[in-house]
Design a binder for this molecule. Structure first.
Ligand code: GLC
Length: 682
């Protein structure tokens, strides 16, 4: 690879694309014959049709990354042959799933979709225990289960499992690959899809690829990147921000054994034991493709593509969101879908709002890339709104985002296993007359509880002495004021804390796309400090908000007089109600509304199959009066669900502090266009 990975040369890529298209024609007849003989006529024709549809995008994506150096048609053929081998091995039940999903292409956009995110060991101990907790998930309306990293990690410190040594094995503490397949099957029998992380930016330094590379094994040549001296590392570090500035500043780690034992600076964007893969080497792309295809055949339906913005490095940039990083994802997506079209990719791209939509394929033209992506901006804006008690910044920042491609959806969330980084752009802050830096600092002060009058009990994560930046850890309940109120025995504060938590979930459940419920939020679990006793975890305070499931607290969920009963009851109701509101399907965009109150976040949406929907959320602690004229032209809206009774006088709606309403036009049968329940898996 060239050390500085020069800017994508579009004319070279275009020339490589043209050459590859011609060469593809020569390869095609033999390939098709092999497809038909491997899969038989019926499956073979289907595979070839997928290939015909995908190949132009595939060639273009590969040419964007490898245009100058490689024979693109030959590379494409290698990828297709890997997909063919996986298709030939794909279990019958998963092939049926492929069939259904190619008919029902909007499956992941339906309003029935609702995710739950948990660590296997913290939720239920082992994979073998998981099936007995499916009823619990079903109570919440869950149709998608994201089990946090569970592929075999390095021993000791492993960044919560994000340092993998074997993508084809499960962490032995959780069980076996067979157990994982059984979990996938058990979930599928209950209409639920399994989501698993693919850590594709880096492997653990103990991974076989890394060991082979260090040992000079030709099969792994150029799998990683090392520099003999500090020249280029210093040049890259000058513009690439550190992800973990306190204990792992910079993006490089000195490794004695690198470069044939001479020693070198290995690229390590995250922790020193996470070595970045070198996607400039096409063998890396194909190796990772092999792992994903293999996992797809184990029954994983949703791949959470970890840290995708970092896949490509370029001198003079922040090292994120480069065109080649997108093209790598497009190539992987196109190739995986040849063999396993029942699967979708979810991009973990925690980037600024203008950089987000391209991960869903929204480029100058649509390019299939990831079907799902985290709506990081909505999450940040919700927390910002609760702290400032006003919703104008959120309305502005979310409202100005580009629409997403129709065949894709947001994944909306309140909390995840990571810290909250304040992706508030300077331009958006300026539109409110604020300084971006000061506002971000205010949010850190507020959520770490240092700000006078703050209700939050979070902790600062990765304070950067140089830039003054920091991020926030803490559970939803702690950040919403529940922990503080409980400790102070403040009943009114507790009431407000519960309303805040429900308010946040009322927004993400009604924003369209797939909402994710983060384990423990349904029971308002508080910050967990047990991690401090474990030396492999103690230095990373993100474990504060990765609590152990409290099944005793969960047992109280049936008692509405308890905190757990109240919060669980609300989340169950939000989930159940959402199922009957077709406007909440993905595949339609939101329009942010001005309803005459600066403290109310208001949005409308309408799916082509539905009537209008309006969501209202009062982020302040006092009543807001809304002008219903702002909703004229949206049909006969009726209340669907709300935190409080509807209170309208003279065309004005009074929305109590921290209250929400969902309004929708009635529209006949809410299940129109939906397939029947999945009887076929039983
Ligand atoms: C993602 C994960 C985060 C991890 C990082 C490195 O951002 O969400 O937890 O530290 O990738 O793998």
């Amino acid at each position: 690879m060239t050390a500085d990975r020069l800017p994508a040369d579009h004319s070279a890529a275009a020339a490589a694309t043209r050459r590859a298209r011609v060469s593809w024609q020569d390869r095609y007849p033999r390939l098709v014959a092999d497809v038909l003989s491997a899969l038989g006529r019926a499956e073979g024709v289907v595979f070839t049709t997928r290939l015909d549809i995908a190949v132009a995008d595939l060639i273009e994506a590969l040419a964007t990354v490898y245009g100058e150096a490689s024979d693109i048609a030959a590379l494409c053929e290698r990828g297709v042959r890997q997909a063919l081998a996986a298709a030939a091995e794909r279990p019958e039940e998963l092939r049926l799933l492929d069939r259904r999903r190619e008919v029902d292409r909007e499956w992941f956009q339906r309003q029935r979709m609702l995710g739950y995110v948990c660590y296997t060991e913290r939720f239920c101990g082992t994979l073998a225990q998981l099936p007995r907790h499916i009823d619990y998930l079903a109570e919440l309306g869950v149709t998608y289960l994201h089990l946090m990293p569970l592929l075999q990690p390095r021993p000791g410190e492993n960044d919560g499992g994000y340092a993998v040594i074997d993508y084809r094995a499960v962490d032995p503490r959780l069980g076996t690959m067979r157990d994982l397949e059984d979990v996938a099957t058990a979930l599928r029998a209950r209409d639920m899809s399994l989501c698993v992380d693919v850590v594709l930016n880096h492997t653990a330094r103990e991974h076989q690829w890394a060991r082979g590379w260090l040992a000079g094994d030709a099969a792994y040549a150029d799998f990683y990147t090392a520099f003999p001296d500090r020249d280029l590392p210093d040049a890259f570090d000058a513009t690439i921000p550190s992800v973990f500035p306190d204990r792992a500043p910079g993006s490089f780690t000195w490794v004695e054994a690198a470069l044939d034992g001479v020693g070198g600076w290995v690229w390590t964007t995250f922790w020193p034991y996470q070595w970045d893969l070198n996607y400039a080497n096409p063998d890396v792309l194909l190796a990772m493709l092999g792992e994903i295809l293999w996992l797809a055949n184990r029954g994983i339906e949703i791949f959470r593509m970890d840290a995708v913005p970092f896949l490509w490095k370029r001198l003079g940039t922040n090292g994120m969101n480069q065109p080649e990083a997108h093209a790598v994802m497009q190539a992987l997506n196109g190739l995986v879908r040849l063999a396993a079209p029942a699967t979708v990719f979810k991009a973990e791209a925690i980037v600024s709002p203008e950089d987000l939509v391209p991960y869903l394929g929204g480029h100058e033209r649509y390019r299939p890339q990831c079907e799902l992506a985290y709506h990081n901006q909505l999450m940040v804006m919700l927390w910002s709104s609760l702290a400032t008690k006003e919703a104008q910044l959120a309305r502005h920042a979310v409202g100005r985002m580009d629409p997403i491609p129709p065949g894709t959806s947001w994944v909306t969330y309140v909390r995840c296993h990571d810290d909250i980084g304040w992706a508030v752009s300077d331009a958006d802050a300026a539109s409110m007359g604020w300084s971006g830096f000061t506002h971000r600092r205010f949010l850190n002060d507020f959520y770490s509880g240092r700000y006078d009058g703050s209700f939050a009990r979070g902790a600062l994560f990765q304070q950067n002495a140089v830039t003054g930046d920091a991020r926030i850890s803490g559970t939803t309940a702690a950040l919403c004021g529940i922990e503080d109120a409980l400790e102070r025995g403040d009943a009114a504060g507790l009431e407000r804390g519960v309303r805040r938590l429900v308010l946040l979930y009322s927004v993400i459940y009604a924003f369209g796309g797939v909402p994710l419920l983060y384990m423990g939020d349904e029971l308002a679990l508080l910050n967990d400090r047990t991690y401090l006793a474990d030396p492999a975890l103690a230095a990373d305070n993100r474990w504060t908000h990765r609590p152990w499931m409290d099944w005793t607290a969960a047992a109280r969920r049936i008692d509405p007089a308890t905190l757990e009963g109240r919060v669980f009851g609300w989340l169950r109701l939000l989930g159940a109600t959402r199922r009957d509101v077709p406007a909440l399907r993905g595949g339609a965009d939101n329009v942010m509304l001005d309803v005459g109150s600066s403290s109310v976040l208001a949005w409308r949406r309408r799916h082509p199959r539905s009537g209008h929907f309006v969501g209202l959320a009062n982020v302040s602690e006092s009543d807001s009066i809304l002008d219903l004229a702002a909703l004229s032209g949206l049909g006969r809206l009726e209340p669907v669900l709300g935190s409080d009774p509807v209170d309208v006088i003279d065309g004005r709606l009074r929305l109590p502090g921290l209250g929400f309403h969902w309004l929708a036009e009635p529209c006949g049968h809410p299940g129109a266009g939906e397939p029947a329940e999945w009887w076929w898996t039983r």
